[in-house]
Design a protein around this ligand. Structure first.
Ligand code: GH3
Ligand code: MG
Ligand code: MG
Ligand code: MG
Length: 288
């Protein structure tokens, strides 16, 4: 696991970089940068951790750390200061601006390796927990927690910038029969195949979520006409999919948000009503 982990070493003194590389190369892939400015560029390539010198010409390590933390692309990368500045005040400052650890020079190689390894593992665990908290385990789609978070952001953006936002709800037709006739395991495989179809059909910016059971919700940043057209296309693709050799269709409800109904819970009630109507209209159809 750690063999693939990438450590970015940032230090303006070549000898220090060499010492660090020597210390880390057996366990990690080592990237280097010799200035704060270069560190900011290389950090965009997402190293697993950054070992950051403080005293450097140009930007110092504290400035670099603040910039990395302010940029959403790099904010989550753990940073360890490695520095000759050994006062309590310096260490406190380094930790307060967001570093996970603070190591003073001259370094003790075995301790640097152990600390780097621990922080990489902690980050991997927290990434995994975050993923599990926001995704559905069976299909890998987003779950309703993520949908709620993203919907809140999109709805406030809609109100502020007059953006459009539509919600598609899909409930598979007679899914209970699919389970009853083929077994729950086949039902699960069908749900996975439908999830993959949805992920392939909608754009990366759209949020495709499994709400639970055989119900899915998609958040689209577009108005009703485009959402309806797209949903009709997806309905047809689903009807042709034949996952596990079975005929599977879905009933779809599409609603569009406006500043007067900018609440996810209200939009979901409306979408659910549209789905209910699609069921009443004979299923395998889209109701707006
Ligand atoms: P309708 O067309 O009216 O929606 O009929 P339906 O049978 O799809 O509706 P209903 O809500 O009564 O049944 C949904 C079924 O989905 C019931 C349940 O057994 C099944 N289901 C829910 N979650 C899962 C799951 O995770 N895996 C599998 N295999 N089945 C599930
Ligand atoms: Mg230096
Ligand atoms: Mg249902
Ligand atoms: Mg159903």
């Amino acid at each position: 696991m750690e063999e693939q982990s990438v450590v970015l070493v940032v230090d303006d003194v070549k000898t220090n970089v060499l010492i660090m590389r020597q210390c880390l190369k057996e366990m990690f892939q080592v990237w280097t940068a010799d200035s704060g400015e270069e560190c900011l560029r290389v950090a965009k390539q997402k190293p697993d951790i950054i070992l950051l010198d403080v005293l450097m010409p140009g930007m110092d390590g504290y400035q670099v750390c603040r910039q990395l933390k302010a940029d959403p692309e790099t904010a989550e990368i753990p940073i360890i200061f490695v520095t000759a500045k050994d006062s309590d005040d310096d260490e406190q400052k380094g930790l307060e601006i967001g570093a996970v650890d603070y190591i003073t020079k001259p370094i003790r190689p075995a301790i640097v390796r152990a600390r780097v390894s621990t922080h990489i593992q902690l980050k991997q665990h927290s990434d995994k927990l975050k993923f599990m908290a926001l995704h559905d385990q069976l299909t890998g789609l987003y779950n309703r927690h993520f949908l709620a978070e993203r919907a809140a952001q999109s709805l406030s953006a809609m109100v502020r910038h007059q953006q459009e936002l539509s919600i598609v709800m899909l409930d598979l037709d007679h899914f209970k029969k699919i389970n009853d006739f083929n077994g729950h395991h086949i039902g699960d495989l069908v749900l996975q195949a439908v999830a993959k179809l949805l992920q392939d059909c909608f754009r990366k910016e759209d949020v495709v979520a499994r709400m639970g059971g055989e119900e899915f919700v998609i958040l689209m940043e577009c108005g009703l006409d485009i959402a309806r057209e797209k949903t009709e296309d997806v309905r047809q693709q689903l009807a042709r999919l034949n996952p596990m050799g079975l005929e599977v269709t879905g009933s779809f409800g599409v609603v569009t948000a406006n500043p007067q109904n900018a609440e996810l819970s209200h939009l979901l009630v409306l979408a659910d009503e549209a789905v209910y109507k699609a069921k009443a209209d004979g299923r395998n159809c889209v109701v707006c």
